[in-house]
Design a protein around this ligand. Structure first.
Ligand code: NAG
Ligand code: NAG
Ligand code: NAG
Ligand code: NAG
Ligand code: NAG
Ligand code: NAG
Ligand code: NAG
Length: 485
């Protein structure tokens, strides 16, 4: 079915034409890009977009470093609001392994060694969890749907190196031999106890659980190494423990490799352990050491990119900053390519908001001021409109520098994300195939150096389309525009 032709204001046309002239120096005709969306060709289901406030960043957000209550609210709004922010739907919390909250450590719920894997664990609950309890309750009020609790390490006494920092493995997994015994069941019980504290003491249902972070690295902070064989070994104990403890509905996530290539290797090893792959609802990897550029070969229903950031270069709020670290337009492309090339269902930046000098977060605090980077708006271009349950559909562009992705929403609406990496404005002629369009109004949302998710809205829809065009719109150079039908 044809939708209708969307008539743009002549004002915008004029702006775009003069923008093109400034770049090219003489009058040029505006390039036309043919975009085809096929609602009949379905790909992955979307869980959403998100961030973490692990390592006590949640405490910073809660005022530990001087942020006033009104600024705390602003930061929460920017991250989670669907009216003025990114509308994130996934929060990744850190399960502590350390003996204290010194520096930014995450404290364990069983900080002292009970003396052996068969002894009764010394659990304690402080009701705060480094302000993650507060943050999670706030996030849920805004509509966050998935709370993912992930452990960077087991407590030191459960590990081959006796410390939650500096690598080491869970005692008892394939390839380890610890004098303290086999701690696999104790670690599974520990993770379940964390879920129980949140559920019983705080009324929070954690939806997703992970037990590793970057298992290919040995770091001076909480870190635990694991091959895919070892991860698979532990999963075959963790999964039945969840079930028998009444947490069978919590979805297991693994393995958080540092980059996509390591993630591929760890997955292949895990698949060789009978029954391990079947325990997982999400296969996760990070983007740091290699980008998500290929789909994983797996029967696991969801792929998440759970942590990534530009960690070099100074704090940069710009959208288009000539390729400098942390600019918004490169993140818009990274997110979109993760969705289209790697069939990602959940895409998370590392930190949402923190005190920082680099681009590790989307929002920066310094004393009581808040600085919002264009990376947040790059995320918002997706996360405000592509909500959990949306399905990616086929979308193609006739021009290489104009990249597209499209999603059918739960209500039958359509979201089309267009990134114009070119330096002049383009006219996008959009054709929608395969199934009914929603008709009615099309709104467009623009982010570039002068706009942070600006709505060009309530465009009046006129006559039916012709020549294979259902609607069209002008997308300025170096800009991202999402069309929402
Ligand atoms: C470019 O287009 C503008 C607006 O149509 C017109 O006023 C101007 O004369 C043109 N310039 C050239 C060099 O053709
Ligand atoms: C763990 O290692 C850190 C250094 O990374 C050290 O300060 C600490 O004392 C160690 N803890 C134990 C229990 O050995
Ligand atoms: C991790 O790195 C530390 C510091 O370089 C080193 O002392 C330790 O042996 C390493 N751990 C393992 C398990 O290789
Ligand atoms: C813990 O209990 C198991 C099963 O009863 C036993 O096989 C194992 O030797 C015990 N481990 C330790 C360290 O006591
Ligand atoms: C933040 O506050 C501290 C202590 O009052 C002050 O020294 C510092 O200059 C402030 N930083 C900024 C960026 O305002
Ligand atoms: C967009 O956000 C940036 C960074 O916070 C800010 O400097 C700029 O003024 C905002 N632009 C608009 C048009 O709101
Ligand atoms: C389209 O949007 C305009 C402006 O917001 C509004 O006046 C009009 O009623 C809308 N039409 C439909 C069909 O929703």
């Amino acid at each position: 079915m044809r939708l209708s032709t969307l008539i743009w204001s002549s004002f915008l046309q004029t702006c775009l034409a003069s923008h093109a002239q400034r770049h090219i120096g003489k009058n040029v005709s505006i390039p036309t890009v043919k975009i085809t969306v096929d609602k009949g060709t379905h790909f992955q289901v979307i869980d959403g977009f998100g961030v973490s406030e692990a390592f006590q960043r949640s405490a910073q957000m809660h005022g530990k470093a001087g942020l006033s209550p009104s600024s705390q609210r602003k930061a929460l709004d920017f991250l989670f609001s669907d009216e003025v922010g990114a509308g994130f739907t996934i929060l990744r919390n850190g399960i502590g392994s350390s003996t204290s909250y010194t520096l930014d450590f995450m404290k364990s719920i069983a900080p002292t060694d009970p003396g052996g894997p068969n002894s009764t664990a010394n659990y304690e609950w402080d009701g705060d969890d480094g302000s993650q309890v507060w943050l999670t309750k706030e996030a849920l009020k805004y509509g966050v749907q998935y709370v993912y609790a992930d452990a960077w390490s087991a407590p030191g006494y459960m590990k081959s190196n006796g410390n939650d920092t500096n690598g080491g493995s869970i005692c008892g997994v394939i390839g380890t031999s610890c004098t303290s015994g086999d701690w696999r069941q104790a670690y599974a019980n520990y993770l379940v106890q964390y879920l129980r504290f949140y559920k019983e003491k705080e009324g929070i249902a954690i939806t997703h659980l992970g037990f590793l972070n970057e298992p290919d690295l040995n770091q001076t902070y909480a870190s635990m190494q694991s091959s895919g064989f070892q991860a698979g070994d532990f999963l075959t104990i963790l999964a039945p423990t969840l079930k028998s403890s009444g947490f069978g509905d919590v979805k297991l996530v693994c393995c958080e490799a540092t980059g996509w290539n390591d993630g591929e290797d760890i997955l292949a090893e895990l698949q060789s352990i009978p029954g391990a792959e079947e325990t997982l609802s999400v296969y996760s990897s990070h983007g740091y050491s290699s980008n998500p550029a290929l789909p994983f070969k797996t029967s696991i229903s969801r792929i998440w990119q759970t942590e990534w950031a530009d960690l070099n270069g100074r704090w940069n709020v710009a959208w288009d900053n000539l390729g400098k670290e942390g600019e918004g337009i490169s993140w818009a492309n990274k997110i979109q390519q993760g969705l289209t090339l790697s069939s990602i269902s959940g895409f998370l930046y590392w930190i949402g908001a923190e005190t920082t000098t680099v681009n590790s977060a989307l929002i920066r605090f310094s004393n009581d001021t808040i600085s919002v980077s264009a990376r947040l708006w790059a995320f918002a271009q997706f996360s405000r409109f592509v909500k959990p349950g949306a399905v990616r559909v086929k979308a193609e562009s006739s021009v290489g520098y104009v990249r597209v992705s499209a999603f059918e929403t739960v209500g039958g609406g359509l979201v089309l994300n267009v990134i114009n990496n070119g330096h002049v404005g383009v006219k996008a002629d959009v054709e929608v195939l395969g199934g009914k369009g929603k008709g009615g109004n099309v709104t467009s949302w623009l982010t570039n150096n002068g706009n942070n998710l600006t709505m060009g809205g309530g465009f009046s829809v006129t006559s039916g389309g012709s020549g294979g065009v259902d609607f069209n719109g002008m997308v300025p150079g170096r800009s991202m525009m999402s069309f929402v039908l």
